[in-house]
Design a protein around this ligand. Structure first.
Ligand code: AMP
Length: 117
């Protein structure tokens, strides 16, 4: 899928907006959230523009799996694996999705409650 010029995460992927990248490969990019909600807060995005999980289809199966594995690797690298961490994907307006480029949040380093607010 072609990059979306209005999408800030596509701009980060294109190198037109700065980001503190912590991991990248041919399919995904991981970087620090600009407004961290926990001591560790990393976002993982697909390299192609996928607006939300609702837009995903069979062709996205491999990248969706890669994103989860990268979440696990990032958690290990940041030493939050042993204590536990949270992986979140907000999908759509009621869930609070504010950037329409699908992403996983990896959050750790503090206590999280359930259900989330
Ligand atoms: P969501 O509300 O689930 O769509 O999450 C979007 C996340 O993107 C929020 O946690 C924002 O703080 C984060 N964010 C927005 N702009 C940037 C940016 N330029 N660099 C890094 N993180 C960003």
């Amino acid at each position: 899928m072609t990059p979306n010029r209005q999408c800030i995460f596509c701009q980060i992927l294109a190198g037109k907006m700065p980001a503190r990248v912590v991991y990248e490969d041919d399919a995904v990019l991981a970087f620090e959230d600009i407004r961290p909600q926990a001591p560790v807060h990393i976002l993982i995005i697909p390299r192609h523009h996928l607006a939300s999980l609702s837009e995903a289809s069979k062709k996205d199966e491999a990248v969706l799996g890669r994103m989860l594995l990268v979440a696990s690797e990032v958690a290990r690298d940041r030493n939050i694996e042993a204590q536990g961490y949270r992986v979140v994907a907000n999908n759509g307006s009621l869930a609070g999705q504010s950037v329409d480029h699908f992403h996983l949040h990896v959050l750790g380093g503090r206590l999280f409650h359930w259900p989330p607010g």
